[in-house]
Design a protein around this ligand. Structure first.
Ligand SMILES: NC(=O)c1ccc[n+]([C@@H]2O[C@H](COP(=O)([O-])OP(=O)(O)OC[C@H]3O[C@@H](n4cnc5c(N)ncnc54)[C@H](OP(=O)(O)O)[C@@H]3O)[C@@H](O)[C@H]2O)c1
Length: 284
């Protein structure tokens, strides 16, 4: 039985549809069952902060997919992550789960002020000594992060970006990431590495991202760079708490200053979908 945490989220829901096609036993772990897209999927309701609910949700499972959710409103996102990871540990140990696949992030191995990337480090380090088989998946920046600016691009022809216009960043399709995770879960990826670092066919600059959106939308889009001294106030103005704004700013700085880098750059797995194809396919 494959247990999928975060099944109503982006990666979790794509993962469920990929695994369903492979006809493997599946259970979604959700806090809000109404959000589950596929009503035919077995589910258990659990909040990740509730150790007992989570343990019940893992009962009967052999493998589990886990992640560290990001919340804009938290006052202590790092402390929240530590609590969630501690609950994962408890639930895995109590239920005899044999296999853990964790959604992590490029840069998870780095012990520095990397904000949200630290959350992935906490997941990996927090589960590391469990005597079960573990594989961590470390994707690059999701193409889907840009979709939040769609209305701004359509209305004003600008793409706000925290990155310098000409800085190349590795990015990947979240659909490719979910498909890769599904293949790892059913052992179709034969390489038995402890972690996989993922990226797309090539890196993109914000300028290129704006040009691609411009082509897809059929109207001009230019990048509008938000300078570092405006990051925090920009994030606060769109609903982030002081704490989550600080952590997102720290993560952005770690990317811009190339602190958040892959551990084994020569072994990165290049996923196939380009940003153009991701946007044109309409699956975005
Ligand atoms: N964004 C990037 O560029 C990037 C790059 C590399 C790695 N990552 C990793 O990918 C993760 C995000 O994955 P995603 O896009 O699939 O996230 P997502 O769409 O935000 O989904 C998060 C899932 O977690 C669930 N969840 C949140 N808090 C919960 C709680 N207290 N109890 C139970 N369930 C809870 C959500 O449930 P609801 O639907 O009920 O809210 C949702 O199903 C990040 O956290 C990071 O670790 C991100």
């Amino acid at each position: 039985m494959n247990i999928i945490v975060g099944a109503t989220g982006q990666i979790g829901s794509y993962l469920i549809s990929n695994l369903k096609k492979k006809n493997v036993p599946l259970r979604a772990v959700v806090r809000n069952p109404e959000k589950l897209k596929d009503a035919s999927i077995e589910f258990r309701k659990a909040d990740l902060f509730d150790k007992d609910e989570l343990t019940k949700a893992f009962e009967g499972g052999t493998s589990v997919f886990v992640l560290t959710p990001e919340s804009q409103s938290s006052d202590d996102i790092i402390g929240d992550t530590e609590r969630i990871v501690s609950n994962y540990r408890h639930a895995i140990e109590q239920t005899g789960i044999e296999r853990v696949v964790g959604l992590s992030c490029v840069g998870a191995h780095i012990n520095a002020r990397t904000g949200n990337i630290r959350m992935s480090g906490i997941l990996e380090q927090g589960l590391n000594d469990l005597e079960v088989r573990k594989t961590f998946i470390r994707p690059s920046y999701y193409f889907s992060n840009w979709l939040g600016y769609m209305e701004t691009m359509k209305q004003y022809g600008v793409l706000p970006t925290f990155f310098p216009e000409n800085l190349s960043i590795e990015m990947n399709s979240p659909l490719d990431v979910a498909e890769f995770i599904a293949n790892v879960m059913v052992e179709e990826v034969t390489d038995s590495r402890d972690f996989f670092e993922l990226c797309g066919p090539r890196p993109y600059t914000s300028g290129e991202v704006a040009r691609i959106f411009s082509n897809v939308l059929g109207s001009p889009v230019i990048p509008q760079v938000i300078p570092p001294d405006k990051w925090q106030e920009t994030l606060l103005s769109v609903g982030f708490s002081e704490n989550t704004a600080m952590n997102l700013a720290d993560m952005t700085r770690a990317v811009v200053e190339t602190i958040a880098v892959p551990e084994r750059p020569a072994d990165m797995v290049r996923l196939p979908t380009t940003l153009d194809d991701y946007l044109i396919s309409g699956s975005a």
